[in-house]
Design a binder for this molecule. Structure first.
Ligand code: GLA
Length: 409
């Protein structure tokens, strides 16, 4: 399943300025040299938003940009963490007593979650680890981070986890652009509400089709149990669910359960105060987005002459569905997508959880430089705050390799 690329790579530090700088900072902080360095790539999802936790395949790639960690194993039971960015304070704790405060997200929690995850068990460890932060993520990021290979995006399928190469047609480059709107998934409930809406839609659809709804958790399970296509699932959603938001009372009535049972058996702890849920729109997004992912893969493998146009169209539809049906966009992301399309992108969409964060655009390689210049002018140079971070906010990238450990050669 994992690629052939080694996950431990001997490197000459003189040829790796970022590692060299990290080593120097480590020595000045801790007084000894790191024994190894770990790298995790950034990721971008090309298509398939908010469907991994519903059980559907997604299509991300790792990018060349990354996060580096320098490590020195120690004999004591104390883990000491420091960040090269001085606005993130040093932190240390005993490994025997890891406390993760979910209500107060801090940078070192992500490291502690990894440690806590290892202490539980080693299978699909990182996806589970993220749940300790409080976000019920679907595993896309962790899977692509480990399974990525240079030069290819991957179709990631779940249960069981598997990855298939998706070679992107030549002639286009992917450009990431940061909207400069920050959305902290762990500190807000947007993301988990969507997970819950999908779970409730699963239950209502299952009940109406006579399935064992209590056991059903993901929209994918409904499709599998019914043995129908994604298109048929879209018709079923239209027949069974209504576009008006559902109140908790109506959900209880549909499922034939009490409010207490809904609260204790289905709604998670932080969902208890939410009073309305949009089930029709969320299910429509998930089934249509899942179909777009498969279509994207098919176009890449058949590579017809108009492949780029077809892929671009799917990306545009994906953004519209995220904006209208899933409501995970924001005005800045919509504006950025419009600007990217206006200046020559064949397709453009929000990527990742949304409500802020980045867009991914597919740009004809021969128009790349003018595209970057124009987007810079239209989105970043019009705003002082955006301009200050613009260098790291707008860049072209290629499918990069996955996570690995560096040791000094
Ligand atoms: C976040 C989550 C992923 C996925 C995306 C939306 O990035 O970590 O698991 O759900 O949102 O596609």
């Amino acid at each position: 399943m994992a690629g052939d690329s080694p996950s431990v790579l001997p490197v000459q530090l003189v040829e790796q300025p970022r590692l060299q700088k990290l080593k120097e900072m480590f020595i000045s902080k801790f007084g000894s040299a790191p024994k190894f360095y770990a790298r995790a790539p950034g990721r971008v999802n090309l298509i398939g938003e908010h469907i991994d936790y519903c059980g559907y395949a997604v299509l991300p790639m790792a990018i060349e940009q990354d996060i580096l960690i320098a490590v020195e194993p120690v004999q004591t039971q104390v883990v000491q963490l420091a960040n090269t960015n001085s606005s993130y304070l040093d932190f240390s704790t005993s490994v025997n007593n890891i406390q993760i405060n979910k209500t107060k997200p801090q940078w070192h929690n992500y490291f502690l979650c990894g440690l806590k995850g290892i202490q539980v068990e080693l299978a699909e460890i990182c996806t589970k680890s993220e749940h300790y932060i409080g976000t019920e993520g679907g595993g896309m990021d962790q899977s692509i981070s480990f399974l990525a290979e240079e030069g290819t995006a991957k179709l990631i399928e779940f249960s069981p986890l598997r990855a298939t190469d998706v070679r992107l047609p030549s002639g286009a480059t992917f450009v990431i652009a940061n909207s400069c709107v920050e959305m902290n998934k762990a500190a807000t409930s947007h993301y988990n509400i969507r997970v819950m809406e999908c779970r409730l839609a699963t239950k209502l659809l299952s009940k109406s089709k006579g399935l064992e709804w209590r056991k059903m958790l993901r929209l994918h399970d409904v499709q599998t149990k019914l043995g129908v296509s994604l298109e048929e699932m879209l018709t079923i959603v239209e027949e069974v669910l209504h576009p008006e938001p559902y109140s908790t009372e109506e959900i209880c009535k549909c499922l034939g359960i009490s409010l207490e049972e809904l609260r204790s058996q289905i709604l998670s702890q932080n969902m208890q105060d939410v009073s309305t849920f949009k089930l029709y729109q969320r299910a429509k997004h998930v089934y249509s987005e899942a179909a777009r992912v498969l279509e994207f893969q098919k176009i890449c493998s058949k590579a017809p002459a108009n492949a780029l146009q077809l892929l671009g169209e799917l990306m545009k539809q994906s953004h519209i569905s995220c904006r209208e049906m899933y409501e995970c966009s924001c005005p800045e992301l919509d504006r950025l997508v419009d600007i990217c399309l206006q200046f020559g992108a064949i397709g453009s969409r929000l990527t990742g959880a949304g409500w802020g964060g980045c867009t991914v655009s597919m740009v004809p390689t021969d128009k790349l430089n003018t595209f970057l210049k124009n987007v810079k002018k239209a989105y970043y140079q019009t705003d002082g705050q955006r301009l200050a971070v613009e260098n790291n906010s707008l860049f072209a990238t290629k499918p990069g390799r996955g996570a690995l450990v560096f040791v000094e050669a």
